[in-house]
Ligand binder design. Structure first.
Ligand code: LMR
Length: 394
């Protein structure tokens, strides 16, 4: 049986994570996989999550199936958080996803049924897993330019040249906030222009919202998603609770579909449920229930929001510290963009061999496209890291 198989290419992010774990050097620096790190270099369980878990442990009476749509109260809480009441509930349907990736998978599979081999336009560059996810859903991957490597900003003119040229059968995947891998984001005005274009062309938006609250705040980060959802007749949103609730391995996410009317929304919902039943049958509930408990409880919700704010502010501080250290040492503003980007990542623009050298010689791990996870910047070794980066950049 297996003789027909060839070795598959594994995702570079998780290959790097394993390499980092296997590296015996005690002074290694992990700027790789996108998980939040505290000053001790741990990825902690959030306090509100611990409390919600204890509450669930004390009160849960059953582990029976919830049904194919999953935890409906969790989905509702996420719709409220994400859309802030901007869309008529009669047009919205949700199912839970196996994390943000599972949420994307449900939506992409439905889109692949709606437009078999249809074109999906994905930002160049993007999170590497977008491409296999779309291909596995029977869609044809195309791209739109996104990043200007010289200015380290969004190349908005180039992006819009493609977005404006799309037709009503095309799908466009947008990063809701905190672009992965670049860290360069659309301004509110640019979101307005994108939405006006989609309104004109009828191209279908799918928003990947994996970092809500990691940029400038929940409402600020939700601006683009709310604009898309409230102004266009149809869209989909994949929400992940992996980062903003720190629930990575618990796989909590929501697939949100918004249709032009309630009857169409029911059809989309049946398709999403059909995808889930025919792939994983039911979604995991522990993380979903944790989020539900937190968002429905005033005190826990406030505690979670405060902790999320602390994480966001720490990432901003680390950005500024690294950019300052590099500017001080090099007398140049070449790396100031690190402080200007937002979210968890920045794309440094270093060539692959330099990234490789940083890993082997200095124990500094980043993704081979030179994406860094800013939460992994060691606050007490910022100067040392700045030296490594400057030497590497030549
Ligand atoms: C990342 O981009 O590093 C994270 O989203 C983890 C993942 O699943 O790739």
């Amino acid at each position: 049986m297996f003789e027909t198989l060839q070795k598959a290419t594994l995702d570079k992010i998780f290959v790097l994570m394993a390499e980092y774990a296997a590296d015996p050097r005690t002074n290694k620096i992990d700027l790789g996989v996108g998980v939040y790190k505290d000053p001790q270099n741990n990825t902690p369980i959030m306090t509100a999550v611990k409390k919600a878990e204890q509450r669930i442990l004390d009160t849960a009476k059953t582990k029976t199936y919830k049904g194919v749509v999953g935890n409906k109260e969790f989905s509702q809480a996420i719709v409220d958080l994400t859309l802030g009441g901007t869309v008529d509930a009669a047009r919205i349907r949700c199912v839970n996803g196996n994390g943000g990736t599972g949420a994307l998978m449900n939506l992409l599979f439905v889109l692949g049924r709606a437009r078999p081999k249809g074109r999906i336009f994905i930002s160049d560059p993007t999170w590497p897993n977008h491409i296999p996810l779309a291909e596995n859903a029977n869609l044809t991957v195309s791209s739109y330019p996104y990043f200007d490597a010289a200015t380290r900003k969004v190349d908005f003119d180039a992006m819009m040249r493609v977005i404006d040229s799309l037709g009503s059968d095309d799908i466009v995947l947008l990063h809701g906030c905190c672009h992965n891998p670049t860290g360069a984001n659309l301004t509110h005005e640019q979101w307005d222009i994108v939405v006006a274009s989609l309104k004109r062309t009828g191209a279908f938006p799918l928003v990947d919202l994996a970092y809500l609250g990691f940029g400038d705040g929940i409402d600020e980060d939700a601006y683009g998603t709310r604009k898309v959802a409230s102004e266009l007749p149809e869209c989909m949103i994949a929400f992940s609770a992996s980062k903003n609730f720190g629930l990575y391995r618990e796989r909590a996410g929501v697939s949100i579909a918004i249709a032009k009317d309630s009857a169409t929304a029911d059809i989309v919902s049946s398709q999403m449920q059909n995808v889930i039943r025919g792939t994983i049958s039911q979604t995991p509930d522990h993380g979903a229930e944790v989020v539900r408990v937190i968002l429905e409880d005033k005190e826990l919700r406030a505690e979670w929001a405060a902790e999320l704010k602390g994480m966001r502010e720490r990432m901003k501080r680390l950005r500024v510290k690294l950019a300052d250290a590099i500017r001080r040492k090099s007398n140049s503003k070449d790396f100031d963009f690190i402080a200007e980007h937002s979210g968890m990542f920045s794309l440094l623009g270093l060539p692959g061999d330099v990234v490789q050298k940083l890993k082997t010689e200095d124990g500094v791990y980043m993704i081979n496209d030179s994406r860094i996870n800013v939460a992994g910047i060691p606050e007490d070794r910022v100067d040392e890291l700045a030296d490594y980066l400057l030497r590497a950049a030549g």
